[in-house]
Structures are given as C-alpha cells and as structure tokens.
Ligand binder design. Structure first.
Ligand code: PMP
Length: 355
C-alpha cells in the first residue's frame, strides 16, 4: 500500500477471482466458464466492430437493450447493459444500500457481496443458510428495511430457491429492494424477471458469462421497473458512460440472435452435470442438487483442500474455498462430457490412495 492510499480503503480485502495459472495447460474447471466457444457469427460481429474502435461505443447500448427487452418480454427502459453482472451488483449496492438500509445476504454465497458492501462503506449482515445449505425465506421476510441480495441459484452451493419464495420475499416489504442475482439461472431455474411487472422493488441481474459463452467479453444486464433502472443508469453515467465496449455490444446482440443455440448448450451442460453428479455420488461423494453449471461436492475420505491440490498436480483446476462451513467441499465447473470423464478418472485415482 502506498502512503497515498485513502484511509477509507486501507482495510479493504478485495475479491479473489479463481486462479488462471500459466505454468502449464490445465483443464480449467474452476471459474464456471462455458466449455463452448462463441459462435462464428458472434466472433465475426466483434471483428467488424473492431474496425470502428476509434469511435466510442453507444453509451445507451440501445440495440442490445432492445434485443434483450424483446427476448424477456419487457421494455428497453427496464434493461441496463453492464460490464459483467458484477458491475450491476456494485451499482445496486451503491444505489439501494446505506446506513439506514443495510444489505443482507447469506453466509455462504457469492464472495463479492461483502466486498461490494465494504468498498461502498455499507453495513451488512450475513444470514446463515440452513445446515443443508438451503435458504429459509423467513429469515429475509423477518428483516424489513434491509436490502436483500440473493444469488439464485446460489453459488457455490448450486441450490435453487423456488420462485414462490423469491416472490414471498419481494412481496413481504415493498419499501426495500430485493436483488436476485441470476448468473446461473439458465441451467435449470425459472427467472424472476416475470415477477417484475408486479414488484417495483425487484431487480434481477443476469450475465452473458456462463450461459452465453462470453465471460471474456464482460457483458451483463439487469432488469427491473423503469425507476429502478434509472437509478442504476444515474450511477453508470456518473462512473463510466461507455461501460460496455462496442465489440462486446455487437457480440451480445449477435449472441441473442442465436439464443436457441445458447439455450441448447445450457441443456447439454445440465445433462453432463447430472451425469457427473451421479458418478461422484457412486464414488461416495455428497453432491448438492445443483441447478447451475457447476457441482459442489465433498468426500468423507479426502478433505477439500487435499482433493483440490491432488487434482491440481494432475493438471485439473477446481475451486476450493477455505471458509470453515464449506472447507470440505470443492466447486467443480461442468465442462464437456469428455472433460468430465477426465475429471472423474482423476478423482477415482486419487480416491484409491487418498492419504
Ligand atoms: N454472480 C455470481 C453468483 C457469480 O458467480 C458471478 C461470476 N463470478 C457473477 C455474479 C459475476 O459474473 P460476471 O461479472 O462475469 O457477469
């Protein structure tokens, strides 16, 4: 830290993304990316826009917002385009939380939430999930006035909160905002977007990173009633009006034009996920009922960190979190069927000599 760094950030612990080591070629099952590359049409769209990169991107992202509005049955003023859904989440913390409206979220959830709270000097409360990692909606109903953040399905547990529970939380207190982070919804959940016309306090954040194979392009969006979106737009235009670059805007629109392929890929990933989960269970793992593109699993004979390290030695990266409640687990991104075969073969080998 330099002596110039503002005191207000001195105690900040930044978010730590999954490792991207360069020492060898790894099978990367640690950052929940899609195993499929973008369609050629999507790559071509970026190439064409690159020739116009001397011009700023559209600060209103209008074409993309129109396409998203059509895709989700809303109007363009109900959609904001962002530089990865992380940006929408940060804007939501900035816009809808303060000392009078602290944030609440689960103790086991996306690790960026406490970082967003801290960087914005927002008080927050972490609410323990039940022992089986399910979320009790009553915990949120019981805390009126607190801005709610729920990843649904949750990460890293993979568990889906039924839409009726999301609605119950949104309906319980119309005076506070409920943010539903649907980064993984396309892999088996029902989106809360359809509730938005009824709930002016509901904001849904989405990403192109997982289900649309564009993690490296950095594209996300949020959907809410026009007034909520206008608040986020105020923050976007007060920080970085050209937040989404023109190559990414074009890739997003081209990707939506072929969204049937994206959704088909999600179905394939979900099928591979369920099969891999069964194989892990047969090997003695406890595996949560994931509705995402990753598995969350622990084995009674190998601790989480050991398994992570032994897989790494074999060139396979998974994600291990040292948080005590989940230290026994690893989060494993679902790759192609072939990649999962490589993964389960390595696990089988490790279990033969787990010491
Ligand atoms: N929410 C959750 C639960 C996530 O796991 C991620 C991915 N790290 C994000 C949001 C952010 O994704 P992105 O910024 O790539 O859209």
């Amino acid at each position: 830290m330099s002596r110039f760094f503002s005191e207000k950030y001195a105690a900040l612990t930044p978010y730590v993304p999954g490792e991207q080591p360069r020492d060898m070629q790894y099978l990367k099952l640690n950052t929940n990316e899609s195993p499929y590359s973008p369609l050629p049409e999507v790559v071509e769209a970026a190439r064409e826009e690159a020739a116009r990169a001397h011009l700023y991107s559209d600060p209103t992202a209008l074409a993309l917002r129109q396409a998203l509005a059509e895709r989700y049955g809303v109007t363009p003023d109900m959609v904001i385009a962002v530089n990865g859904s992380d940006e929408a989440l940060n804007f939501a913390f900035m816009a809808f939380c303060d000392r009078e409206h602290p944030a609440i979220f689960a103790d086991i959830t996306y690790g960026f939430y406490p970082v967003f709270a801290n960087v914005n000097n927002i008080p927050y409360e972490e609410i323990p999930l039940r022992d089986d990692f399910t979320l009790d909606p009553e915990d949120y109903v019981r805390r009126p006035g607190k801005t709610v953040f729920i990843a649904n399905p949750n990460a890293p547990t993979g568990l889906l909160l039924p839409l009726a529970d999301v609605e119950r939380i949104a309906a319980s207190d119309p005076s506070r905002v409920v943010v539903i982070d649907e980064a993984y919804i396309d892999f088996g959940g029902e989106s809360a977007i359809r509730l938005i016309p009824e709930y002016p306090n509901l904001l849904v954040t989405r990403t192109f990173s997982k289900s649309r194979s564009l993690a490296g392009a950095r594209l996300g969006f949020a959907v809410g009633q026009p007034a909520l979106i206008a608040d986020l737009e105020t923050l976007r235009n007060s920080t970085n009006p050209y937040n989404v670059n023109r190559m990414t805007l074009a890739m997003g629109a081209a990707s939506l034009a072929h969204d049937d392929v994206n959704m088909q890929n999600c179905m394939t990933v979900a099928g591979v996920r369920d099969q891999a989960a069964e194989e892990l269970r047969a090997l003695g793992f406890a595996v949560t009922d994931s509705k995402t593109n990753f598995l969350f699993a622990r084995h009674p004979a190998v601790d989480g960190e050991t398994l992570y390290k032994k897989l790494r030695e074999r060139g396979i990266l998974v994600r291990h979190f040292s948080l005590p409640r989940i230290a026994a687990y690893n989060r494993i991104t679902v790759g192609t069927a072939e990649q999962m075969k490589t993964f389960t073969a390595a696990v089988r080998e490790i279990l033969e000599d787990p010491s």
